[in-house]
Design a protein around this ligand. Structure first.
Ligand SMILES: NC(=O)c1ccc[n+]([C@@H]2O[C@H](COP(=O)([O-])OP(=O)(O)OC[C@H]3O[C@@H](n4cnc5c(N)ncnc54)[C@H](O)[C@@H]3O)[C@@H](O)[C@H]2O)c1
Length: 312
């Protein structure tokens, strides 16, 4: 088994690659070190992997890489490279979202040869494809109606997976991750921003009244689901991957206050366009087919993230 991980220097990619290596699996990583946040952080994410002979890094931008050069003999592919984040996806930056998320996925899927040389392709999707869902917890057959341009690009990604699966018989599947957190979380994400503000003794900026809820997923649980999707039979075209920790932002901040040892001061500002009010994953399909069993409770996961932010 030789796994190609795209976006390997990112939050999820580097965590996945380390777990695969710990299982003795060869990993080929691809990343362009895009500037959505400081590329030095991404290099730091790879520091352990780069000393490991079973890991190989290719610095390449998948928007322009020659298709034949990307796979490098991989038997399995996890496609995580993308421009993430809901809020910056409006306006002029949509062009970049469309390129990094839609075009790159199409080029990667196109580069995979027919036949069974590549046994499985797992592609990162997102809970944001659901927009403002009618059902909570939300099952996979909810009509996807994203409310952000980012969500639209992820829905297009999934549509490409479906098309290549249907017409090219590509063994591909999408995973709809719900807000992932833990060590290496991206600096633009909520928990990371909150802990940073707490560290500096500054108030945290909360979009809206803080009563919005999210289904938070600890990074190791997201990684386990991803590895299961690489190796187990996957009859469905897409699976929810959510930690089952659905709580309000206010509750999260209370827990964080306990962890950092003092209450966290909040500054409430207007809700942001594209942010759903609530997310909650129905994970019955992932439990059935991927054996998905989230193991990390929110407080425990938050403690691990806080430890990492204090001593990266
Ligand atoms: N973190 C979450 O909570 C979450 C939730 C839902 C979905 N996702 C999806 O999971 C994936 C990973 O997210 P993350 O939080 O680790 O983000 P991240 O930004 O930390 O990692 C993405 C990586 O992809 C690389 N990349 C982007 N465009 C590229 C290109 N054209 N060529 C090569 N490399 C490129 C970036 O340099 C980056 O290192 C993304 O597809 C994201 O949309 C993440």
């Amino acid at each position: 088994m030789r796994v190609l991980v795209t976006g390997v220097a990112g939050f999820l990619g580097s965590s996945l690659a380390e777990t695969l290596r710990a299982q003795g699996i060869e990993v080929r990583g691809v990343d362009a070190f895009t500037p959505n946040y400081d590329p030095a952080r991404k290099r730091a994410n790879l520091s352990r992997l780069l000393r490991d002979p079973g890991f190989q890094l290719e610095e390449v931008d998948l928007r322009i890489a020659p298709p034949g050069s990307v796979l490098g003999g991989a038997t399995h592919v996890v496609h995580l490279a993308a421009l993430p984040g809901v809020r910056p996806s409006w306006g002029e930056s949509f062009r970049a979202y469309a390129e990094h998320n839609i075009l790159v996925t199409q080029r990667l899927l196109e580069a995979i040869p027919r036949g069974r040389a590549v046994e499985r392709v797992v592609v990162a999707s997102s809970s944001s494809i659901y927009g403002a869902p009618t059902r909570l917890p939300t099952p996979e057959d909810e009509l996807p109606r994203p409310i952000s341009p980012y969500g639209v690009t992820k829905l297009a990604t999934e549509a490409l997976v479906h098309a290549y699966r249907h017409e090219r018989f590509l063994p591909a599947v999408s995973l709809r991750y719900f807000t992932v957190y833990g060590p290496r979380q991206r600096p633009d994400m909520g928990f990371h921003r909150f802990f940073e503000a707490a560290r500096r003794g500054e108030p945290v900026t909360v979009y809206g009244d803080g009563r919005q809820t999210r289904d938070f997923t600890y990074v190791d649980d997201a990684v386990s689901a991803t590895i299961a999707a690489l190796t187990r039979p996957v009859p469905e075209v897409a699976y929810n991957v959510g930690g089952g920790n659905r709580v309000s932002l206010n509750e999260v901040l209370d827990t964080m206050g306990r962890i950092v040892g003092r209450p966290i001061e909040r500054k409430h500002v207007e809700p942001q366009p594209g942010d759903p009010r609530d997310t909650a994953s129905d994970t019955r399909l992932a439990r059935r087919d991927l054996g998905f069993e989230p193991r990390t409770a929110l407080e425990e996961g938050l403690r691990k993230q806080w430890e990492w932010q204090r001593n990266p």
